[in-house]
Write a protein that binds this ligand. Structure first.
Ligand code: FAD
Ligand code: SF4
Length: 517
């Protein structure tokens, strides 16, 4: 074998056909290295869909590279001698090929970056670590922005991103005269639910490679949560672009209005289901933003829908990544509310009388998917109010969603949903009672609890735990002007009611720990 000049390392969430790592690649002297490692699926108990999604996308990507005449060294999960550990596999490759240098794009995850740095250093292989151009905002530019801002609010970051990118801008001003149409993004469905014309999301039926992966995952990880019965996710760039086109045509116009709404047996509603394809870099966020902006300009989608969607990508997604890289590695230790409860079993089983949790955990187990408001205002809310240890709930989210990669999962969980960072990201905790869920969904109509009740047989556990949360953290929250209204309502509770709520919350925690709710 001729000596290798560059060993180009590509990880499972870097499946970008225009990757910076591929620039100046010479098939005669360079080699791409990819490996499947079972440890990446077991360090958290990954959902079968998440595992299959990564493996199938990686295999398709390697095929596409070969078709484009790149030379690729690829280790499959079930290859003989595969140690199952990504770091060890890379060590073996470095010993085997002794390249002049290793080329890689900045990894998405802190743990992987540390592994890459340590492994190449140990092998004495110089590392050419290139910036990840998939994102609009580089790590350095975000770090600079963070240094010059006392409060790291998404809204201010988002406005700068709009100005810099020129997206939905006209002569230096936001199109429509406002930066944000958030107030128009909170619609709910009539009693009859979503329109009968609502289409299911775009489907990419499994091909031969995916079918083999499904078989492999079922055989290798039989005790992992979830099932692969519904697997139809886009595993190539072409499929992801078809899914984007389908979303823009069928769902974008109503995305804005129903972004926060939830409904029984409707996991997807008007959401795009594009997160995983973007996170694995099959789909470039610029393509997504351009397609949505174009739909607005063509008059296909209203401004509130287009802006609401673009805010998620150009704003939230970029901001969340910046938060992750400026806060790691200490971010995972955040626990401002001193939460220490174990994660209730129902998160793995969906076995509960609480209809909202039964539905949303059910969607999650069935599809490895739940939309944002289900993740934030049902699953995350219950954990926040219950007082689950942030590391426990973080591990659950990282394991259970097909789109879970740590840089996006962790700030959403630790910061946005659990307020464990004490307000670095959010101005106040996303704490609400069962009445919020009642307003935004039909779940309470099919539930044995009553969202307005906080004590007694029929009390909604969310409502009980909500008041208990405010009582427990009253002192800390009283320093927060945005909590004023909620604390004013708390002040109206007399001593007897406070005692009864605390008692009921305690009872609920004990019964949940025994699996009885
Ligand atoms: C507790 C919690 C955990 C989450 N974990 C993940 C995760 O592991 N991986 C992940 O990709 N997203 C995560 N999110 C963000 C968001 O919920 C998902 O991106 C979204 O539900 C994916 O479905 P979709 O593609 O249909 O999104 P849509 O509703 O169609 O939104 C469009 C796109 O906007 C982006 N987006 C929307 N909200 C966010 C956000 N808060 N942060 C970053 N990007 C956002 C996504 O790329 C998404 O595909 C989490 C949110 C919460 C509250
Ligand atoms: S009543 Fe409470 S537990 Fe039941 S669905 Fe509504 S919010 Fe959930």
């Amino acid at each position: 074998m001729p000596p290798i000049r560059n060993l180009v390392v590509i990880f499972g969430d870097q499946l970008d056909l225009e990757s910076n790592a591929l620039q100046a690649f010479d098939p005669a002297r360079d080699l791409i290295w990819m490996a499947e490692a079972s440890g990446e699926s077991t360090h958290v108990l990954s959902h079968k869909v998440r595992i299959a999604y990564f493996l199938s996308s990686m295999r398709h990507y390697a095929e596409e590279l070969r078709a484009r005449k790149y030379s690729v060294e690829y280790t499959k999960l079930n290859a003989e001698n595969n140690s199952g550990d990504l770091g060890r596999e890379l060590q073996t490759a470095l010993r085997k090929f002794t390249p002049e240098r290793v080329v890689a794009v900045e990894p998405g995850e802190y743990r992987i970056e540390q592994m890459l740095l340590a492994t190449t250093k140990h092998a004495g292989a110089p590392l050419d670590l290139r910036p990840d151009t998939h994102f609009y905002c580089s790590r350095d530019v975000f770090a600079q922005w963070a240094k010059t801002h006392k409060q790291l609010r998404m809204e201010f970051f988002y406005r700068e991103m709009r100005k810099k990118s020129g997206v939905l801008m006209e002569k230096g001003e936001p199109v429509g005269g406002r930066w944000n149409f958030d107030v128009e993004n909170r619609g709910t469905f009539a009693k009859t639910g979503p329109a009968k014309t609502l289409k299911p999301p775009h489907s990419s039926p499994p091909d031969k490679i995916t079918r083999e992966v499904i078989e492999l995952v079922n055989a290798t990880f039989p005790s992992h949560p979830g099932s692969l019965d519904h697997f139809d996710l886009p595993v190539t760039t072409a499929q992801a672009e078809a899914a984007l086109k389908d979303f823009v045509h069928h769902h974008l116009p109503d995305f804005g209005a129903y972004q926060d709404a939830m409904w029984t047996d409707q996991p997807f509603l008007y959401h795009s289901r594009l997160s995983g394809a973007m996170n694995l870099k099959l789909l470039n966020p610029r393509r997504v933003v351009m397609a949505v902006e174009d739909a607005y300009k063509r008059g296909h989608a209203p401004l509130a829908a287009a802006e609401g969607f673009i805010r998620q990508i150009l704003g939230w997604r970029e901001y969340i990544r910046g938060i992750y890289w400026t806060q790691m590695p200490k971010y995972i230790d955040s626990n401002a509310l001193h939460a220490s409860e174990k994660l209730p079993d129902l998160y793995w089983t969906a076995k509960t009388d609480m209809e909202c949790l039964r539905q949303t955990v059910g969607h999650t187990l069935d599809y490895g998917y739940a939309h944002h408001i289900e993740r934030l205002m049902v699953l995350g809310l219950y954990s926040l109010l219950f007082g689950v240890d942030p590391v426990e709930i973080h591990k659950w989210y990282l394991a259970i969603y097909w789109d879970a990669v740590e840089w996006v999962e962790m700030p959403n969980v630790i910061g946005m949903s659990q307020f464990a960072d004490g307000g670095l990201m959010s101005t106040k905790p996303y704490a609400a009672s069962g009445k919020y869920i009642d307003r935004m969904s039909n779940f309470c109509r099919n539930c044995r609890y009553k969202p307005a009740e906080s004590i007694g047989e029929d009390a909604c556990p969310f409502t009980t735990l909500y008041w208990d949360f405010l009582l427990k953290h009253e002192k800390l929250l009283s320093k927060n002007p945005r909590m004023l209204m909620q604390l004013k309502n708390l002040a109206r509770l007399d001593a007897g009611k406070r005692k009864a709520i605390k008692h009921q919350a305690q009872l609920h925690r004990e019964q949940t720990a025994r699996g009885n709710y």
